[in-house]
Design a protein around this ligand. Structure first.
Ligand code: CP
Length: 305
């Protein structure tokens, strides 16, 4: 029985290749041929934080693979957490009804706490500013799909690198390959030192910068992120940085013709909607890829002994 809590579990190129291959097979398949490997199972999605993509793509993936779905979409308010039930007791309760739990929670480490008491697989759908492992898997799949591989790519990560859990999960996977990174953020939202130390240990070539004017022309992948308003204690601090990096066609015109622009979404204003029509805009393909990568992941979790 396997939980999915961190990308550290996926720091294995052979395993990633297996997941990418399975996701691509599922993506190429007619929906009436999807394997019903989860038939007679029930999977619960329990989200204590808002979500559009992660919850709905998991719910579609679960049903595409033949399982029944039970769900609490606003668990902080509408589950018994609102009455003071602990995450451990809620998890033990869901174990009585479900063969798996997909969980998002605002506290770092909370999904791991649920996994400690769960007899069924628990999948981390985002724990605070900690990790978002399934997003990282679909981001990697999207980069491979859009650029054909990873080695030799120059990848810029832009925005809220301090609070962005998608960044925290994507970096360890990218570090398996010979990539060059530009880490671009307002100074107050710079990536924490522990992630830089890990990049050093992995021998990754990276630059930490607060200005993207020199970087745009050389990137193969531009990974934009939203400034995570919900992680700020003080709204004035958010207002100071919220508009520091806004991608408009003016910037996109400086980029390579074959670059791709990713964003885990939701966006607020950090990518101008005029960019959506440009051939380099890849973020809605990335959204679609989330469905197939989550189907591939469920297939892996429930086929491994
Ligand atoms: N990328 C992502 O996690 O989106 P949602 O918050 O909509 O799930």
């Amino acid at each position: 029985m396997m939980h999915v809590l961190s990308v550290q579990q996926f720091k294995d190129k052979a395993l990633l290749d297996k997941l990418f291959k399975r996701a691509a097979e599922l993506q190429a398949m007619s929906p009436d041929l999807y394997p019903k490997i989860l038939q007679h199972k029930t999977i619960a999605t329990i989200f204590y934080e808002p979500s559009t993509r992660t919850r709905l793509s998991f719910e579609a993936a679960i049903q595409n693979l033949g399982a029944s779905l039970i769900s609490t979409e606003n668990a902080g308010q509408f589950s018994s957490a609102a009455k003071g039930e602990t995450i451990e007791d809620s998890t033990r309760t869901i174990n009585a009804y479900a063969d798996g739990i997909v969980m998002r929670h605002p506290e770092v480490g909370s999904v791991a706490r649920a996994a400690e008491v769960s007899d069924v697989p628990v999948i981390n759908a985002g724990d605070g500013a900690g990790e978002h492992p399934t997003q990282a898997l679909l981001d990697m799949y999207s980069i491979r799909q859009g650029k054909g591989g990873f080695d030799g790519l120059t990848i810029a990560m832009v925005g809220d690198l301090m609070n962005g859990r998608t960044i925290h999960s994507l970096l360890p996977l990218l570090s398996l390959y010979k990539v060059n990174l530009a880490l671009i953020s307002p100074e107050s939202l710079a990536l924490q030192q522990n992630y830089l130390t890990d990049l050093d240990k992995a021998g990754i070539n990276y630059r930490v910068i607060n200005d993207w004017s020199d970087a745009l022309a050389v990137v193969d992948v531009l990974y934009m992120t939203r400034v995570q308003k919900e992680r700020f204690v003080n709204e004035a601090d958010y207002n100071k940085v919220k508009n520091d990096f806004i991608l408009t066609m003016e910037q996109v015109k400086q980029m390579k013709k074959d670059a791709i622009i990713l964003h885990p979404l939701p966006r607020v204003n950090e990518i101008d909607t005029a960019v959506d029509a440009d051939s380099r805009a890849y973020y809605f393909k990335q959204v679609k890829n989330g469905l197939f990568m989550r189907m591939a992941l469920l297939d892996y979790v429930y086929s491994e002994k």
